[in-house]
Design a protein around this ligand. Structure first.
Ligand code: PLP
Length: 374
């Protein structure tokens, strides 16, 4: 038996988005980020679809996710971006994952275990070219490279950095980070003979940072149908636009007539100002439909926007459908996505929650049952 709450993932939209990004990427190859269970869209399903589309590699946060992808039969390179530490080395090598090395800490263990297995490990080094999060600063980078080269069975396959403000088209930060990245990696070309893959751009880098394509682009949000700068990006983009992949629908479980002046739900956060028709939905913060959406969000019912009224509770949400054409128990209500001619986007919901689409997609997708459609 299935839950009344259901996330539909559009395969066609994933393919469309990949193809759009592919065209923008030019000669650069594409690494698809499938961390966070594919931004809530299903890591394994998404990875299989992107593999069919011709993606070059995948990115995950933890080694565990890479191990799960291997168990699902994914054979392309899988980059581990968070948590390449001595404790995860053996899992990383067993699953033939690509370690992203942020400093020298892990190198002795990586080299030791590579020797034991009589393999050479290709790794990518993370430069902190201005992100200020993970990695090694430019001043210490040559020392990191030399530390790798001093150890047996390790090979530098690539160097990467990350952009902190790529979605902000008014900022000149990205061109500064690109300049730092280019300067540091150019100085390495003598030190690291052979092919070394350089990558900097995320979705914002691909769309908004001229010259950031380099050898590979690491794409997340755009593959899932959203612009890194939300509504602004969508409004400014030229067609064909990215297509949102996720739809979140539920079913109405009660339709009530409530007199004017009634307090609704916990804390009576909303009081009816007129005789009202209220639909009850079996969705709540347990499902990622967070409490902060109370009195703010909207749902689509009968192809029209209906406001969420009162407190969202653990499993129940109320919407005001006063004046709507006949609405019945069992009718569909859409919390995210299209119904009829209307659409609620993850950017709309992010606006109500004061966050970004990324967080909405992770929450909804990870907390509800998913089905793959089209
Ligand atoms: C998540 C992630 C990305 C993808 O960013 P988007 O904005 O979703 O395209 C790229 N690079 C790294 C290192 C990441 O962790």
């Amino acid at each position: 038996m299935k839950s009344l709450n259901c996330i539909a993932i559009s395969r066609a939209a994933l393919v469309h988005n990949f193809d759009q990004c592919r065209q923008l990427a030019g000669d650069a190859s594409i690494l698809a980020l499938v961390k966070a269970d594919g931004y809530g869209h299903g890591m394994i399903d998404c990875a299989r679809i992107f593999a069919e589309c011709g993606v070059a590699a995948f990115g995950v946060a933890e080694a565990l996710e890479g191990v799960q992808l291997r168990a699902a039969g994914i054979t392309l390179p899988i980059f581990v971006f968070a948590g390449v530490i001595p404790q995860t080395v053996s899992a990383i090598l067993d699953a033939e994952l690509t370690p992203v090395v942020v400093d020298q800490t892990v190198l002795p263990e990586l080299s030791r275990q590579a020797q034991l297995r009589q393999i050479e490990v290709g790794l990518h080094l993370k430069l902190d070219a201005g992100m200020g999060r993970q990695g090694t600063l430019p001043a210490d980078f040559v020392a990191l490279v030399k530390a790798v080269q001093a150890l047996p069975c390790l090979r530098i396959e690539g160097v990467l950095a990350h952009l902190p403000l790529s979605e902000d088209r008014k900022s000149n930060n990205s061109s500064q980070v690109l300049a730092t990245f280019t300067e540091v990696t150019a100085a390495l070309s003598r030190l690291v003979p052979g092919k070394c893959s350089l990558h900097l751009a995320n979705s914002g880098g691909l769309f908004y940072v001229a010259g950031a394509q380099l050898d590979m682009i690491r794409l997340g949000i755009s593959l899932y149908g959203y612009y890194p700068d939300g509504h602004v990006g969508r409004a400014a983009a030229s067609p064909p636009l990215l297509q949102p992949v996720m739809r979140f629908a539920t079913r109405i479980i009660q339709v009530r007539q409530i007199p004017a002046g009634s307090g609704l739900g916990y804390n009576h956060l909303f009081t009816t100002s007129r005789d009202s028709t209220i639909a009850v939905l079996p969705v709540g913060y347990e499902d990622g439909y967070l409490r902060c959406l109370s009195n703010k969000a909207q749902a689509l019912i009968g192809g029209k926007r209906a406001p969420v009224v009162g407190r969202i509770s653990m499993n129940l949400t109320l919407v005001d459908i006063t004046g709507f054409d006949t609405v019945q128990v069992g009718d569909e209500a859409v919390l995210l996505g299209r119904q009829g001619g209307e659409e609620i986007s993850a950017d709309d919901i992010a606006g109500w929650m004061q966050t970004i689409s990324y967080e909405v997609l992770c929450l909804f997708g990870k907390l509800n049952e998913r089905v793959l459609v089209d």
